[in-house]
Ligand binder design. Sequence first.
Ligand code: SAM
Length: 233
Amino acid sequence: MSLFSGIGAFEKALERLKIPYELVGYCEIDPFASKAYSLLHGVPESMNFGDITKLNEKILPDNIDLITYGFPCQDISIAGLQKGFTDVNGEKTRSGLFFDALRIIEHTQPQVAIAENVKNLAGKKFSKQFSIVLDSLEAAGYNNYWKILNAMDYEIPQNRERVLIVSIRKDIDTGIFQFPEPVPLKKCFGDMLEDEVPEKYFLTPEKVKKIEYSNFVQERTIIQDRGGSVEHC
Ligand SMILES: C[S@@+](CC[C@H](N)C(=O)[O-])C[C@H]1O[C@@H](n2cnc3c(N)ncnc32)[C@H](O)[C@@H]1O
């Protein structure tokens, strides 16, 4: 069962590891991501449960083996406003959708649940939120194993650090789980790029200018929201 499915990177990993699986369903609110998921994994969009907040956990089967959930990182990421799981009005933020994944895990009791988020979740600023995540999974009946992994240690030429939390149901946990050891990087970024790329995929100088301008406006807004000054941008 895939929550916050995006393009289904977890599923791609299962495929690459030649681990066969039968999809219970996926859960993705963005119609474009849903379409991409459906095409990439060859499943009908009718398998998309849509908005997780509206997903009634009671309709799900009780024999799910694995739930994956890369819950939204915007409110945790250093690139965002870092509100955490609730905003000033006590409302659940996008990253607070973790609690919807928790609700589904608590009810369905999969054998394993794997979460992925930005490294900042395991940092000092979010230690309270991270403890909530680990403690609530523990209370739901899981042993948690977590680690910050960098994509470039696993054959991907990209410096991308993410925290992964592997939660194994206590009654089946044998205690032997270990994160994989890093492997030497043999590829560079250029190796990943295609040689023949149609012209339409290149940005015109005008579009580059527009993107630079919108990035500038976004950064300025963040700094102003944080009470900083634009001069330090
Ligand atoms: C960090 S991305 C996950 C990426 C994913 N692991 C992948 O392999 O592409 C979070 C995803 O959650 C989706 N999302 C946000 N709010 C949601 C909601 N209420 N219900 C379902 N999906 C949601 C976003 O559209 C986004 O695709």
